[in-house]
Design a protein around this ligand. Sequence first.
Ligand code: SF4
Ligand code: SF4
Length: 403
Amino acid sequence: MNEATLINDAPLLSGLNKHQTGDNISECLTCGVCSSRCSWYDGEGGPVPRQIVRMAQLGLDDLLIESGMLWDCMLCNRCTEECPVGINMDQVVRQARSLQAADKIMPEDLKAGVKNRLDLGDVNGLTQEEFVETIEWLSEEFTDEVGDPDAVIPYDQKGARFLYLPNPRELGINLMHLTAMARLFYSFKEPWTMSSRHTDVTNWGYFIGNDDISRKMALQIVEATEDLEAETLVLSECGHGYFVLKTLLEKLIGRKTKFNVVAMPELTLDMVEKGIIKLNPATLDEPVAYHDPCNLGRKSGVYDIPRKLLAFCCKEIVELTPNREHGVCCGGGGGILQDSSSHKRRMISGKPKADQIRAASVKHLVTACLSCDRQLGELVKHYDLGVQVHTVVSLAVEALVTN
Ligand code: SF4
Ligand code: SF4
């Protein structure tokens, strides 16, 4: 390594010192436990968390940025889980990504998505007109499908009980998933709507470590929900969307909201437990394994809800080893999935997950995040795992008893 100059008041260290928790990088024991927990540990490349912390501590910001480790980190916090002094890697890496000097290494896809989301309300650049056109077309198909002319897919309905916030994939390459969600809402028999103003559960401001942008994106959703006077904001299955819009929300925007926030698996489970809908537990009669999305599980503490919902749809749930707070990232977190040049790297970062899935000897794998769903699907293909990947809510739709 070239000689490096240590800087006591470097921007990264100063930025981290503004936080109250997880910023205690000066307490790092250099024990290396974090590195041994990282999914990249046995693979080529990837972040070395102990190095990230030491570089931040020593003021070696430029060296850290040049190392390329920042955008390979999946913000999964698996390393943080075992750190003896509780250093929060998510916070350290996002703070480093937010440095002005790190701008030049930010993936172009992330830059474009952030701009689209701020300007248009959707990372893929879907305009309000295109959203309306898509929903009206889908709605016609849906009313025909269920044979009920009143079963429209609604948008901008003031006073509806539920406001559904989809994942951008549901308005693009996975319209079938949105139709499946419409089927569930139809069966709940409660007024629901979507907003044509802000149609995107994701928050790439979080990925790029820019709290101001992340706050702006969250506020776009909060204001749209409050303007429509919805009682409950229902989030599509999205790990980091849940982490930002539920776990961090009030702290991020600095106030309480006038509505509740739930994710679609939680709402569906509630409807099952209240007897409003019924699911067929024989829908999958082979063992099913559940993958914990890092943002939903380890970072938000949601482990049981998806498993409980799954238990209503299938006969046997098999646990991947390890699971829950020790679960292994799918290899696509932290913005790496959103970088279109990342496939090769993600197949390396996802190798431990692929090994876990193979060891579970199951034919079905379920998760509660559409990003994990995509990454797991790619791992299944790449490693020839012979497994079908589902989201827990799409499985619930398959299991829906309609008469
Ligand atoms: S586990 Fe914590 S204390 Fe140990 S090297 Fe990593 S960051 Fe430092
Ligand atoms: S990928 Fe996960 S385990 Fe590895 S450094 Fe990043 S947060 Fe830690």
